[in-house]
Ligand binder design. Structure first.
Ligand code: SAH
Length: 213
């Protein structure tokens, strides 16, 4: 584990995320690589941080929590080589964590400049099992589906129907829903049936409708 990550990982563990596989991955990825140079001194604090274009790199606790929920689902469903879709690549930090945990990761970002930077960082980290797309997350990425897990890292005003349709028969969708007040939901598919559960209150930038930048 990176020495500078030790305190952060202890903080995340104290907040209730105890999956060692996920914590080890977070402890080994240097979050400074995903931040503008002026903010790298804050990389190992448990805070969301601005990455430009009005967007943020999620709080490490949230990244750990969401990654753990996805991993737990794959274990429970006996999915050996999970194929994951992320909506909102942003800095690429969550993407890099997912790429270390799962077989293959697709990720969509609507702001071209962010996607460009994320691609460079992920190449630098040798994340070769990642496919990136400049596109609208509300539509998903049907040609690469179906997905065993879909994770949305921006808050949707309502459930994007296209994402549910792109789940594999035992897939799950982890998504923050709401505006001023947001809640993280886990949708689980079992053939033609969907169930969902409320996980906790969260704070994300909005999943913007429509036009790409
Ligand atoms: N997972 C990211 C968090 C980025 S913040 C990280 O680890 O850094 C959420 C991201 O979602 C922003 O980059 C934003 O541009 C993107 N986003 C918002 N609406 C979107 C949409 N409709 N389609 C794709 N990406 C979107």
């Amino acid at each position: 584990m990176l020495r500078k990550a030790v305190n952060l990982i202890a903080t995340i563990r104290a907040l209730g995320v105890t999956d060692d596989v996920v914590l080890n991955v977070l402890g080994e990825i240097d979050r400074t690589l995903f931040l503008p140079p002026t903010l790298t001194h804050k990389a190992f604090e448990n805070n969301a941080l601005p990455i430009g274009q009005g967007q943020t790199l999620s709080q490490p606790y949230t990244v750990a929590r969401m990654s753990t929920i996805l991993r737990q689902h794959m274990i429970e469903q006996d999915i050996e080589a999970p194929h994951i879709l992320e909506i909102g690549t942003g800095s690429g930090y969550q993407t890099s964590v997912l790429s270390r945990l799962f077989k293959h990761v697709c990720s969509i970002e609507r702001i071209k400049a962010l996607q460009f930077q994320a691609r460079r960082r992920l190449q630098h980290l040798d994340c070769h099992n990642v496919s990136l797309k400049h596109g609208d997350g509300w539509q998903g990425w049907s040609s690469k589906g179906p997905y065993d897990g879909i994770i949305v890292t921006a808050a949707a005003s309502h459930l994007p129907e296209a994402l549910l349709q792109q789940l594999s028969p035992s897939g799950c969708l982890l998504i923050p829903v709401g505006d001023a007040q947001q809640h993280l939901y886990l949708y689980q598919r079992d053939g033609d049936t969907f169930t969902h559960q409320l996980i906790e209150e969260v704070k994300f930038v909005p999943l913007v409708p429509g036009d790409l930048l």
